[in-house]
Design a protein around this ligand. Structure first.
Ligand code: FES
Length: 107
């Protein structure tokens, strides 16, 4: 496992990632999507595990699900589990927001 650091303070991270707007981030070779709800950040692969659609264009519903824009498969925002559709789970990444910024834990 390795870590990727984004920003150098909590305030910087909160300003850089508008609430409820999916933002894309390159973490080394990985392409990630970040969604912020309040001070909770959800980080997941930017490519849908079904056919690779861009989840930067996904919608989020009130049940805490990411909805892929291509075939509308739904994934649990916290676990990445498939809630609707037939494919593997969406990889989601543990992260920690602190006074020194956002730390993302990558496998
Ligand atoms: S590419 Fe995402 S549901 Fe098919």
């Amino acid at each position: 496992m390795h870590t990727f650091q984004f920003g150098s303070s909590k305030e910087e991270v909160l300003l850089a990632i508008p609430e409820r707007k999916i933002k894309k981030l390159a973490a080394g070779e990985k392409r990630l999507a970040i969604l912020r709800i309040g001070e909770v950040l959800h980080i997941f692969d930017v490519q849908c595990p079904h056919r690779g659609a861009d989840l930067g264009q996904a919608n989020i519903n009130g049940a805490g699900e990411i909805i892929c824009p291509l075939h509308q498969y739904r994934f649990d925002l916290k676990t990445g589990d498939v809630r609707s559709g037939y494919c593997s789970a969406l990889p989601v990444y543990r992260n920690e927001l602190s006074d020194s910024g956002l730390t993302i834990y990558l496998p």
